[in-house]
Design a protein around this ligand. Sequence first.
Ligand code: VG1
Ligand code: CO
Length: 543
Amino acid sequence: MTILTQACTPFEGQKPGTSGLRKKTKVFMQPGYVECFVQSIFNAIGGLDGKTLVVGGDGRYFNAEAIQTILRMAAANGAARVIVGRGGLLSTPAASNLIRQRRADGGLILSASHNPGGIDADFGLKYNISNGGPAPESVTAAIFEQTQSLSSYKTLDTDAIDLAQLGEVMLGGLCVEIVDPVSDYAALMQTLFDFDAIRALISGGFSIRFDAMHAVTGPYARTILEDMLGAPEGAVLNGVPLVDFGKGHPDPNPIWAKPLVDMVMAKDGPDFAAASDGDGDRNMILGRGVYVTPSDSLAVLAANAHLAPGYSQGLAGVARSMPTSRACDRVAEVMGIACYETPTGWKFFGNLLDAGRATLCGEESAGTGSDHVREKDGLWAVLLWLNILAVRQISVQEILQDHWQTYGRNYYSRHDYEAIATGPAQDLMQNLSDTLADLPGRTAGSLAIETADQFTYHDPVDGSVSHNQGLRISFAGGGRAVLRLSGTGTEGATLRIYLELYEPPTGKLDMEPQQALRSISAATRALCQLTERTGRTEPDVVT
Ligand code: VG1
Ligand code: CO
């Protein structure tokens, strides 16, 4: 085995977005593309000499090939050990856990998360640091800088290794350790939740379904929900990971997980249902007859987490991304704990979690998690819900009603306009941004505008500042709209418009959300000249 130093020319656009580098699979499959990005990561973190990494992905098309490339390069760059999930599989939260548990220096996670997989779909790669969380902006900026000037990469002239065999194998001077992807993660879950109580709930006839959407959570859910918690076989749907996710779109929302939603809306539907995404960090929570919006889920979990053993001491604080509804703020206020508002993307929660300022974090995009790892965690959210349901012995619907009657209801919806041409999308944002200062005091549609600004985040832990994190407009009467462009798409631009309306406990708590948000939606579309600038009249996805 010889170490090869290959000359290369930089690829354009290897700029990490909200969650790593995401491109069409065929872009990643170009000769040298993965190599250049991976070498840039290694260079940006000061080399790999003697280091330990965790490597795994969501099993999508090209996952196994990219892992072999990474292993050869890690060996050639002098790494001591790489811990890989068997078959190249690791859910994002399980990878985060392994990095922490094994005190690794970092990890590479191969996933395009909720984006479809396959040769004509999407692929992704991201670097996580030693706390187990996504690299912060300072590190992703250093990686991007490397990609622009890289002139060579190092690799090893050797055959692929068998990723199916547990145990250690040497690759040059590198020890590759292949581990069971599920066991350490499942053990962690047992330390946080009352498995006996959940098992009793399920054996008492409480019916559950979990849709793994043919993505990475299948093996995790089967082990934890079926084997450990006694859910009947078949409770886990679409539990076999497939390279193309069965041609599905592994995004757990009412659009892409519609069959599951239809199931719980039926009279004889299960008491509880949930789904996760491609890499296992998102969750959708459903109860019979009810969909729990992710923002409400975060608030309910914050209000009830102390019922689970891992959180019995209470919460240090909570954090949410700026576009996430302010439902959890009200819980934090009543509990007398801090509530932080961060930009979109889990990387911004890392400092708050490390500093012990926040225990629970969440995003409106179906991401919830805690300080147990440094990623959002789909199955964790499912288990916390089940633990709460086991203790409270009421239905999901009743928990929500009770929550709204206590704290009020934050009606919420996100409207996505996908694959808009990049130019007009950027112009739309720029134009609105330019007029923000003049908006307060004016009206849009039928609504008076109270405040309008561009969100800038000041990290309270390390003092770093992140600009241009979304436009926010608040309306008289408790309404709010947020606009931003997605940083995870691979085709044109996706405009996300986030709509929210607060109703106090004494207000109307049983409106249909789209109805409740109609005037805010209309006002926002008018303000940003949506149709004039993009030709769009209806969103592609409504969550
Ligand atoms: C989206 C979500 C964001 C999430 C990110 C990664 O980003 O809005 O909340 O953190 O995806 O999630 P964007 O920039 O497209 O809005 V995942 O499950 O892809 O790791
Ligand atoms: Co994900």
